[in-house]
Design a protein around this ligand. Structure first.
Ligand SMILES: C[S@@+](CC[C@H](N)C(=O)[O-])C[C@H]1O[C@@H](n2cnc3c(N)ncnc32)[C@H](O)[C@@H]1O
Length: 395
């Protein structure tokens, strides 16, 4: 059978998972969104396996390739999650945001979640070339997997946990999510930062637009994700919006949303590292809020390693603003409450970039985690404030 060039590329560059089944050696492409290496030991298991035994094997690093009933595999994942949660070390909750255990609690919490993800990621399923699944009672996965992974990536093996994430993302993409702060419905794609929290969108919907937009009606949205902030600016009447992102999935997602909202004429989406060429009267940026290493592509929208995007935005802003123009930086102070960044460091970076703060507009988050007292980062989340910093060139 002749293979297309792109298909050969997939086979040549992807890690392979190897296992033995019914006396035969088998292998398939290993799919892992977070770039986990293929497990070294694979056992073939089915509905007869007990949850305690499965959990013990998964903890030891034995991958469990499921043959049997898909819905039973889902039940097994729930049972594994219960066991993992019972044994998960919970860092002591910081009582106040000034508590020095905040940063340590944050890192321990991340480690503990990564360990949980590794264990739960040991339950595997196999998909064929068209993303069909031979398990009994398996749903039709073709559309969801095609959207998340692209065409022609199978046959493959992936964790059931990742597959359920792909199915959930498809449902979101079809239904969309309401963004009441802007009166919009946004359809997030797999792997793209979704505007589940509304307060930051509300800030962009309500901050006073700079007067310079009347003479130079161009705005940039740096790191557009789903395109939500570009859409808000366009709806507010900005004649021309240029939205950038580096991630091809975000670019596709933003184009899809702007098209659905009838704003594709007004907003151009382009791939760029931070700024497009040229200048604007308003430049909006909502970088990932926590300066920490991202351990998977999905985490890149939450964690900004070494504050690269934040600092890159500040350093480049002045050169891209027309006289009288403004940069709007959207940033939560969660990193400050967690001891990962200080307010002085942020203000120092603004000054070092030759910028000045015109105004800071604050909003309190309304998200479920802020109310979860069992969360070890509860105190920090309760104190969190999201701000829109109106910045101008110092000159
Ligand atoms: C926190 S998300 C914000 C998404 C969207 N603006 C919003 O507010 O919902 C940050 C986005 O910046 C993008 N990004 C990260 N580094 C970038 C860079 N150097 N240039 C352009 N976009 C970048 C990410 O892919 C992600 O979509």
């Amino acid at each position: 059978v002749a293979l297309s060039a792109s298909r050969r590329d997939v086979l040549n560059t992807s890690p392979q998972l190897h296992w033995t089944e019914d006396g035969a050696t088998r292998s398939a492409r290993w799919q892992s969104e977070r770039g986990a290496p293929p497990p070294q030991r694979v056992r073939i298991v089915d509905d007869r396996l007990g949850a305690d035994e499965a959990y013990g094997l998964a903890c030891q690093g034995d991958a469990l390739l499921w043959r049997g009933d898909f819905q039973n595999a889902r039940q097994m994942l729930v049972a594994l999650a219960k066991r993992a949660d019972r044994r998960r070390p919970r860092p002591a909750a910081a009582k106040t945001t000034a508590d020095p255990i905040s940063a340590a609690a944050f890192h321990l919490e991340r480690q503990s979640r990564a360990q949980r993800a590794r264990t739960l990621g040991m339950l595997l399923v196999e998909l064929d070339a068209d993303y069909g699944c031979a398990l009994r009672r398996a749903p039709d996965l073709r559309v969801a997997c095609g959207e998340a992974l692209g065409a022609g990536q199978g046959p493959l093996v992936l964790s059931l946990r990742e597959l359920l994430g792909i199915i959930g993302a498809h449902e979101w993409r079809v239904r969309g999510i309401d963004v009441p702060a802007a009166g919009l419905r946004i359809h997030p794609h797999y792997g793209v930062f979704a505007p589940i929290r509304h307060e930051y969108v509300g800030l962009v919907a309500q901050a006073p637009l700079p007067a310079a937009l009347t003479t130079y009606p161009v705005a940039f949205d740096i790191g557009t994700g789903t395109g939500v902030l570009a859409a808000v600016l366009a709806r507010r009447g900005v004649a021309q919006v240029l939205a950038t992102d580096q991630d091809p999935r975000a670019l596709r997602c933003a184009r899809d949303n702007l098209e659905r909202l009838g704003l594709a004429q007004q907003v151009t989406v382009q791939q760029a590292d931070l700024f497009p060429a040229g200048k604007a009267a308003l430049i909006v940026c909502n970088p990932p809020w926590l300066p920490a290493r991202a351990s998977s592509p999905l985490e890149r929208a939450v964690y900004d390693p070494d504050s690269a995007m934040l600092l890159g935005f500040l350093r480049g802003l002045g050169a891209h603003l027309v006289p009288g123009g403004e940069g709007w930086l959207i940033l939560s102070d969660l990193a400050e409450h967690l001891g990962l960044r200080t307010r002085d460091a942020l203000l120092g970076a603004v000054e070092a970039a030759g910028l000045r703060v015109i105004e800071r507009i604050d909003a309190r988050p309304v998200h479920p985690r802020a109310a979860d007292a069992g969360d070890s980062l509860h105190a920090a989340r309760m104190a969190e404030v999201t701000s829109l910093w109106r910045l101008a060139g110092a000159g």
